[in-house]
Design a protein around this ligand. Structure first.
Ligand SMILES: Nc1ncnc2c1ncn2[C@@H]1O[C@H](COP(=O)(O)OP(=O)(O)O)[C@@H](O)[C@H]1O
Ligand code: SF4
Ligand SMILES: [Mg+2]
Length: 327
């Protein structure tokens, strides 16, 4: 059995958008992305809105079929599984969405909603315990505690943070092997964000699951520890891979540097060294430049950047960068 719980290979997702009457123009929202997540480990996928993070995450959960590429779950292609294997994969691959409103039935009480999932998947038989104990246990773990306080509440009676805790409980009650958390704190106040990230982190450790944590806030990834792997995405491509520590303290790719320059830092010296400014704003993926995806905005762009897309290359152990300056 492979050590990678999930492995995405060279994923391309093509969408078509209307470009005038009767004309539809294709663009690659995800353009040749490969990423592997080992058992029990966390990978942060970071990038601005529109860079293709959600699209990629959904491909790994088979909520979206790619135009090209393969997804392996425990070493086996999800597109080539027996129905029994595929069922097992679907139970083991869960999604915590950005917007709990979109996925939660507002007219089903908290206890009922979790009980429905537990009953449907016969979790009492699987774990050999009372079904209500399973529901109470997950509620306590995600911080809907004491369970009696929440069990008879409707989702619309919960605060934003509590509702997000419910969507975490819904995903994790099945004890999946792999979870995609898609910007689960975006709709929350700053004071609640850290608490939700820590809840997810603690459950990942406790259950030994593998997590793809999608965010546009790179600093949130610090809660997962300095050695956590990060992939930085821009216009459908991964431009840099490294640990949280590498990326935050020593970003290499011009895009990563610019992303960090936008974050206020207290130390004035740091502020100076981080100062890489890009021209303009993130273009529509329809206007992706030829060659390097950053070539129309990068202050270091050379002639080759317009012509040839740089490939991700290992620049030091655990560190990959897609930039002609480093090839
Ligand atoms: N179903 C769709 N049809 C057409 N375009 C889409 C669809 N879903 C996403 N997109 C486009 O694909 C790009 C990537 O989107 P998305 O994966 O949601 O990015 P992110 O999660 O990083 O914000 C965006 O330009 C978005 O508008
Ligand atoms: S390849 Fe060229 S355009 Fe792209 S990031 Fe590197 S220097 Fe900038
Ligand atoms: Mg998204």
């Amino acid at each position: 059995m492979s050590e990678n719980v999930i492995e995405a290979r060279d994923i391309v997702v093509r969408f078509y958008v209307s470009a005038g009457l009767f004309r539809r123009k294709p663009f690659n929202a995800v353009d040749g992305v490969s990423l592997a997540i080992r058992k029990g480990s966390i990978v942060g996928l970071v990038g601005e809105s529109g860079s293709g993070k959600t699209t990629f995450g959904k491909v790994t959960l088979d909520l979206l079929r790619p135009h090209k590429g393969d997804v392996l779950f425990r070493g086996k292609s999800i597109y080539n599984m027996t129905s029994q294997e595929y069922r097992e994969y679907r139970i083991n691959a869960q999604y915590i969405p950005q917007d709990p409103y979109a996925s939660i039935n507002m007219f089903r009480k908290v206890g009922e909603a979790l009980l429905d999932i537990a009953r449907y998947h016969k979790l009492d038989q699987r774990y050999g315990v009372d079904i209500m104990d399973i529901v109470r246990d997950i509620m306590i773990r995600v911080g809907l505690s004491p369970p009696e306080k929440y069990i008879n509440k409707y989702p619309f009676q919960l605060s934003g943070g509590e509702r997000q805790r419910l969507s975490i409980a819904r995903a994790l009650i099945l004890r999946p092997a792999y979870v995609v958390a898609d910007e689960p704190t975006t709709m929350l106040d700053a004071s609640l964000k850290a608490n939700i990230v820590k809840t997810i982190r603690d459950m990942v450790k406790e259950f030994g699951l593998s997590l793809l944590y999608i965010t546009h806030e790179i600093t949130l990834l610090q809660y997962f520890g300095p050695e956590t792997e990060v992939a930085v995405m821009y216009l459908g491509k991964i431009v840099e891979k490294g640990t949280v520590k590498d990326i935050l303290l020593d970003p290499i790719h011009p895009y990563t540097k610019a992303l960090l320059a936008a974050i206020p830092v207290p130390d004035p010296k740091e502020r100076y060294t981080r100062k890489v400014l890009l021209k303009g704003s993130i273009p529509s993926p329809l206007n992706r430049p030829s060659g390097c995806v950053l070539s129309d905005r990068c202050p270091f762009a050379e002639a080759i950047c317009k012509k040839e897309p740089p490939q991700l290359k290992v620049v030091s152990p655990g560190r990959e960068v897609a930039c002609h300056l480093f090839s």
